[in-house]
Design a protein around this ligand. Structure first.
Ligand code: GAL
Length: 752
């Protein structure tokens, strides 16, 4: 039976490479690191992005017990930036171009059962022009290092190489489960046996099917199996509100012995792209999403499972999105697994940014299409494959081929490809375009026809808007924050109203580090509705408020509640992002009005904002100023209350960990949010408080220990150090009137 072991801990690392390291590695000359790992920690901003662009060496000793004899042994890499040469016991066993796709190095031939076994990776993290996305400028960083997990896989000479389950749903009923099982036979002889697939619902068997197979010596081959409608009558569909998942266990038997088992998680859903809209399980669904870069402060892409899953949770549960675009590359399997579990639709695309390279580069891109689809085809959350380089010009032959590869591999999902030029050749199944028409004026989104120039309607999504049209920092001036907010309101509203636009993905979820040619010059693109720490700007609440108040009442007036903040003074017009039916406003305890959402202007949104143009006594420069209070109602029931102090004073340091229980095995992380609030609990966006963070117990801080709040708030992540035990994070402010805080966490060892 197969064995899979994590190899994520205990690597030796050096920031250079020499042929000598292939033969002998003196541990004293190396640093010990765990994966995911970035080859060089970077500052928050204003760094030289060439600092991580170098060739490095990763070394790991492998334990090879005698029972591996007669087995095939692989080392599986989930992602290493950007070109890897893998050596095992001195032999080159694998090369891989591309930092976003997985690769496996087979080491069977060179196993040494009597001596030491060592894997060495020479990793080139420079921006090589033969590998997408490189070759021209790019508006994001690609970082460096083995930044995803690595594991050891031990299988029998014949084994299951992959499984593609194709659940089918028609008229809201599961009607079929066709499955292709990919076999690899490393034996000297042909073999015959049986493949069994068994469908489980939380551990109980739903249905199964069996097929005999025959496979020649030293070949790969496939076996097709089917579970029919009669056995699927109890299946609950996968949907965004009710993401039911099933487990498909596949086993391979030869002469009555089970030689391999393989399990995938699947969901039954019908994603139908019609010319009049997108339908999920027969229900028309307006897609409302944001783009996600997988980058974090200090360590770039190198964040483990928990942080990946948390991002999906933020998008689904904090921002109430129904979709995400993995701009501009395949993202962590942990992120995608979580999207499956919580019902977040995914548009996944191949790596690239505007530039198309030469023949060698295109070969890598074809491989990217194949590896992305073969890795991810069982995710019910993924609804379409992006097979164009984001915003690249037309290239007929190239895109004919990327489309052909995708359709041949996966006939169940449509292709798409993001362009930003008009009249581009439409070779895909779904037309996707970045429409940056809205620049604050009357024009919000252009029509489908103006982009496609086709005489007929096609399935159509806007895959970016806003972004560089209106970069906004979380701590920008209030008027800018309001306009940033309203641009998201206007575009999502217009997209929902337009019959020819089936959904819109805003640019973007989180601010991200970028090259010097882009962003604010400090290597940050401030395009997110949240900052790099995933702390919301006001625009985040546009999305957050699109949920029933009975699920989560939202009441966020877009104001710092200070009359000298805006030009000429005052706080009007005042936008309130809310899902309440109406909001009462009080000044110094006196009710001054009841206000309702602007359903007329923003009828495309289920929960449009309230826009208050006038309130007596508010908005006049220099007159008396009051405490403010907003009370939101659903029917006649009070749902939410928000207070503002007329004279905010830094009152309390608040330290909030996302999790209090971590896992000691491998590398676990959690985010700790730090902020100083005033006497009524509001963040103080211009407070540059400096804080010292100390950690005791089996954990370390990621990034600096001495920090200054950015826009009144900041987060840090801590990572576990493989020992179980109590962790204490203590934060000491520099202002004497503020009291330090500490939080306690625990790191526990997980069995198995
Ligand atoms: C788009 C591009 C994105 C990002 C965005 C900024 O053109 O596709 O990656 O750079 O602009 O608004």
């Amino acid at each position: 039976m197969r064995q899979v072991k994590s190899l994520s801990c205990g690597w030796l690392f050096r920031e250079d490479f020499s042929e000598d390291y292939l033969k002998f590695q003196d541990p004293k000359l190396f640093q010990t690191v765990n994966l995911p790992h970035m080859n060089k920690e970077i500052p928050y901003n204003y760094f030289d992005e060439r600092m991580y662009q170098f060739v490095s060496t990763y070394v790991r000793k492998l334990d090879i017990p005698p029972e591996y004899q007669g087995k095939r042994v692989f080392v599986d890499f989930e992602g290493a930036m950007a070109y890897a040469e893998v050596f095992f016991n001195g032999h080159l066993v694998k090369t891989h171009k591309g930092g976003y796709t997985p690769f496996s190095a087979e080491i069977t031939e060179f196993l040494d059962f009597a001596g030491d076994n060592t894997i060495v990776v020479k990793l080139d993290s420079t921006e090589r022009p033969d590998i997408p996305p490189f070759g021209n400028v790019i508006d994001y960083l690609t970082y460096g290092g083995i930044y995803r997990d690595v594991s050891l896989r031990v299988v029998s000479p014949i084994y299951i190489d992959n499984v593609f389950a194709k659940p089918k749903v028609e008229a809201k009923v599961a009607t079929e489960l066709k499955t292709t099982v990919f076999l690899a036979n490393g034996e000297e002889k042909s073999l015959q046996g049986t493949i069994n697939i068994a469908l489980y619902d939380h551990g109980s068997l739903v249905a199964q099917s069996e097929q005999p197979f025959y496979i020649d010596a030293h070949t790969k081959s496939t076996v097709d199996l089917d579970i029919d409608r009669a056995h699927l009558t109890e299946i609950k569909l996968w949907d965004i509100d009710d993401p039911n998942l099933y487990e498909l266990r596949v086993s391979l038997g030869v002469e009555g012995k089970v030689l391999d088992e393989y399990a995938v998680s699947i969901g039954f859903r019908d994603a139908d792209f019609r010319t009049d809209g997108f339908y999920l399980n027969g229900r028309k669904l307006q897609v409302r999403g944001l783009n996600r870069h997988q980058a974090f402060p200090y360590v770039g892409y190198a964040m483990p499972e928990r942080a990946q899953r948390k991002d999906a949770d933020i998008l689904k549960h904090e921002l109430r999105l129904n979709a995400v675009r993995t701009s501009h590359y395949p993202q962590s399997r942990h992120f995608l697994d979580r999207c499956d579990e919580i019902g977040l639709l995914v548009f996944e695309e191949i790596p690239g940014w505007q530039h198309i390279g030469g023949a060698e580069w295109k070969e890598v891109s074809y491989t990217d299409v194949r590896l992305m689809i073969e890795r991810d085809w069982n995710h019910p959350s993924i609804i379409m494959w992006g097979v164009r380089i984001n915003e690249s010009p037309d290239d007929h032959d190239f895109y004919l081929e990327t489309n052909r590869i995708a359709r041949a591999l996966d006939p169940t999902r449509p292709t798409a490809g993001v362009r930003c030029h008009r009249n581009s050749e439409f070779l895909e199944d779904v037309f996707t375009v970045n429409d940056f028409s809205h620049s604050g004026g009357e024009m919000i989104l252009d029509t489908q026809e103006s982009w496609t120039n086709l005489p007929h309607r096609v399935p159509y999504f806007v895959t970016e808007f806003n972004g560089h049209m209106y970069p906004t920092k979380r701590f920008d001036q209030e008027e800018r924050l309001m306009e940033h907010t309203l641009r998201h309101v206007r575009v999502q509203d217009a997209a929902a109203k337009a019959e020819d636009i089936h959904g819109a993905f805003g640019w973007c979820a989180f601010d991200y580090n970028t090259h010097f040619e882009f962003g604010a010059g400090d290597r940050i693109c401030y395009h997110g509705v949240m900052d790099m720490f995933r702390i919301p700007k006001f625009a985040a609440h546009v999305y957050r408020s699109q949920v029933s108040p009975t699920v989560e009442p939202v009441l966020e007036p877009v104001t710092l509640w200070a009359r000298g903040e805006r030009s000429i003074g005052g706080t009007l017009p005042l936008v309130i992002l809310t899902n309440c039916d109406y909001v009462d406003v009080f000044l110094a305890g006196e009710k001054v009005g009841r206000f309702f959402p602007d359903r007329e202007r923003y009828s495309g949104l289920e929960y449009p904002p309230i826009v208050i143009e006038t309130i007596e006594n508010v908005g006049v420069w220099g007159c008396t100023w009051f405490d403010g209070e907003f009370v939101g109602y659903h029917g006649d029931q009070e749902m939410a209350r928000k207070r503002f102090a007329k004279d905010p004073v830094a009152t309390e340091l608040v330290v909030t960990p996302d999790d209090t229980e971590l896992v000691a095995n491998g590398q676990d992380v959690t985010r700790i949010v730090l902020k100083v609030v005033d006497q009524v609990g509001n963040l103080l966006p211009y407070l540059p408080e400096s804080l010292k963070i100390e950690v005791t117990g089996p954990a370390q801080i990621i990034g600096p220990e001495q920090v200054t709040l950015i826009g009144g708030c900041l987060a840090t992540w801590i990572k576990t150090t493989q020992e179980p035990g109590q962790i204490r994070v203590s934060v000491t402010p520099s202002t004497l009137s503020l009291v330090g805080k500490s939080v306690d966490l625990v790191s526990k060892r997980e069995e198995g």
